[in-house]
Structure formats: structure tokens, C-alpha cells
Design a protein. Structure first.
Length: 271
């Protein structure tokens, strides 16, 4: 069961389960918390899991005006302050990953570790492996039918509001996010970039994201798409829990400059 919290005029639905250090699960665009069904048991066995549904998604009503990633990141920061009461691990999928990155940039004091699954830092027309995909995202399109069903089943705005939200989201995808490599370089939280080998954005873009975040780690899950948490749940959960619960192991042949510096420092400390 869940409940609502008022966050600066945004009535936000969230659910909680488990005990331990706080961990936020941030769903993707068009989605609800239902899409985390394969992750919740494993994560709740080790963490206090919080699942907020962002404005215009799931049980959370839409707000006036366009939808923006930065507004959603501000909402998430307010949620961390008001509900969680401090920093947490952020695990975000797709749009949720973008939100997690923005929070890590703007509010490092509220972030422990970040897992960005299938996330992008530039607008969809620039980074989609199949740019024509965006043009097929119309409210009544067959491809959006599962998302439409999720929305109409629980939205307090009613099923007639689906076309409004769908159009807002497609407009957001078309023009946002616009995160610069310089902004990504400000992320100080340990970060895992996780992606399917056949994801919606190009692998080249994902590698650019990984390279822009200092000390980040990269995991490419074979035989998976943008829906990798649903397609490979055991493998995805294992990768994420290992990253969240452990410190990086020393590597024998580090190449990235920041990793060489970290391991040289660790060796000096050990000596």
C-alpha cells in the first residue's frame, strides 16, 4: 500500500517496504511502480525501499504546464528531504535514471550511490538508435498500449487525461534532457551506468555518459533491450546489489586517469 505526500504543490504517491539504508527506485517514463515488480523483493530484503511516482505518472496527478526533468529532479530532492529525511541510494530506470543524474549534480548531499539504467543525457532525437521511434509515440499507438493501460488503471486524472500526459512526455523526450559533460563531471557519488546491449539509445551515447562521470562503472547486459530489468531480473538485481553493497575492488591494469589516481592513493595508504 502507498500514500500521498504534498511536495511544493505536487501531490506525490509513494510506496515503501523493507528495512535498512534508504534506496529510491525511480521508474521510467510512461510507467508506474508496477514495473519494479521484479526488483522489489530482492532490494527490500537489504534496504528500506522508497518508490515515488512522479508528477503525471501512476497515482500522482499531472500538474499545469509542461513536464520537465529538472522539475522532477526538484520533486525528488524534496522527497528525499521530506520523506526519507536524508541521503539515499538512487536507482533510476530510463527517465528515472535521468532524474537520478540531475539530483546527483544539483544535490550531492542527498545522494549516496547512483545506478542509471538505460539513461541518456541528451534529447532523444540525438541519441536514439532508431530516431523514427519517437514519431511513433502517439497516445493511441499500439506501442504505447501497455503504458496507456497502466496509466488509465490508477491515474487520479482519469483515462481521458492520458493523451495530454502522453503528448507532454513525447515533447519532453524531444527536447530534453540537455545535460552537459561538464555537469556530469560534477557528479561525486559513485555511479553505475547500466544498459542493455540492444538498448534504445546508442551504445556510443552510453559510453559517453560513462566516460563523463568521474570514476563511474559500466555494465552492459548481453541479450537485453531497454527493458533489461524485466528481461534479465536476476542478473540486473545481482549487478545492482553488488555495486550498492561493496566498494570497488582494486584492478590490476587501470587505464582511466581517475582510477589510476585512486588506486595509487590506496596503495600509498596501505604502505
Amino acid at each position: 500500500m502507498g500514500e500521498y505526500v504534498e511536495l511544493s504543490g505536487v501531490r506525490t504517491w509513494y510506496e515503501t517496504e523493507g528495512d535498512g539504508d534508504p534506496l529510491l527506485l525511480l521508474h521510467g517514463g510512461f510507467c508506474t511502480n508496477d514495473t519494479w515488480g521484479a526488483q522489489r523483493p530482492d532490494f527490500a530484503a537489504k534496504y528500506r525501499v522508497y518508490l515515488p511516482e512522479r508528477r503525471g505518472h501512476g497515482h500522482s496527478p499531472d500538474t499545469a504546464g509542461p513536464l520537465t526533468y529538472r522539475d522532477m529532479a526538484d520533486d525528488t530532492a524534496h522527497f528525499l528531504e521530506s520523506v526519507v529525511g536524508g541521503p539515499a541510494h538512487l536507482v533510476g530506470w530510463s527517465d528515472g535514471g535521468i532524474v537520478a543524474l540531475l539530483v546527483a549534480i544539483a544535490r550531492p548531499d542527498l545522494v549516496r550511490k547512483v545506478v542509471a539504467i538505460g539513461a541518456n543525457f541528451r534529447p532523444s532525437p540525438e541519441i536514439l538508435a532508431d530516431p523514427a521511434m519517437l514519431g511513433h509515440m502517439t497516445p493511441d499507438s499500439p506501442g504505447l498500449a501497455p503504458f496507456r493501460d497502466m496509466y488509465t488503471a490508477v491515474s487520479p486524472d482519469g483515462p481521458d487525461h492520458w493523451p495530454v500526459v502522453a503528448d507532454k512526455l513525447v515533447e519532453m523526450f524531444s527536447t530534453q534532457p540537455t545535460i552537459s559533460p561538464e555537469d556530469l563531471a560534477r557528479i561525486s557519488a559513485p555511479t553505475l551506468v547500466l544498459v542493455g546491449d540492444d538498448d534504445m539509445m546508442t551504445l556510443e551515447h552510453t559510453i559517453d555518459l560513462y566516460r563523463a562521470i568521474p570514476g563511474s562503472q559500466l555494465a552492459v547486459v548481453p541479450g537485453s533491450s531497454h527493458a533489461l530489468p524485466l528481461e534479465r531480473p536476476a542478473q540486473v538485481d545481482r549487478i545492482i546489489l553488488d555495486f550498492l553493497g561493496n566498494e570497488p575492488i582494486p584492478t590490476m591494469l587501470p587505464v582511466r586517469p581517475e582510477r589510476r589516481a585512486q588506486e595509487a592513493s590506496a596503495s600509498s595508504g596501505a604502505a
